[in-house]
Design a binder for this molecule. Structure first.
Ligand SMILES: [Zn+2]
Length: 130
């Protein structure tokens, strides 16, 4: 099992006395974990990484290397998790206004409920019959 799957990028710093600091930025884009050093973690992403690196450089560390471990997680709004049982014939866009279409597994409207396509713009909707 790969326990680095959640790490997006690692910065490796070394001190002349032999100690090392690893700063990991997680794929969520904000969690920062520090191994070594004073172990101070962060939750402000790149901003914390930059501050931590500056702090350890000031303490005599040197940047040895940094490398990408995993690609960052895509922004949720860019690529919504496809619903497992979403029908394949998803409309490209709303026929009314051209906005993105969303799949609703259990849409309820006017006393009816079930799977439906919903427009994120004008709220156009279409029931999906199976
Ligand atoms: Zn629409």
């Amino acid at each position: 099992m790969d326990d680095h799957i959640h790490i997006q990028r690692t910065w490796h710093l070394t001190h002349p006395d032999g100690s090392t600091v690893d700063i990991d930025l997680w794929t969520d884009g904000y969690t920062v974990r520090v191994e070594g050093g004073d172990g101070e973690d962060g939750d402000r992403g790149q901003r914390d990484v930059d501050e931590l690196i500056a702090k350890y450089l000031a303490a005599g560390y040197q940047r040895a290397r940094d490398y990408t471990v995993n690609d960052p997680e895509p922004e949720p709004e860019d690529t919504p998790e496809p619903d497992a049982d979403e029908p394949a014939d998803r409309p490209e866009c709303c026929p009314e206004c051209g906005s993105a279409i969303e799949y609703q597994a259990e849409h309820a409207d006017h006393g009816r409920s079930g799977p439906a396509w919903l427009c994120l713009g004008c709220r156009w909707g279409e029931w999906i019959s199976r």
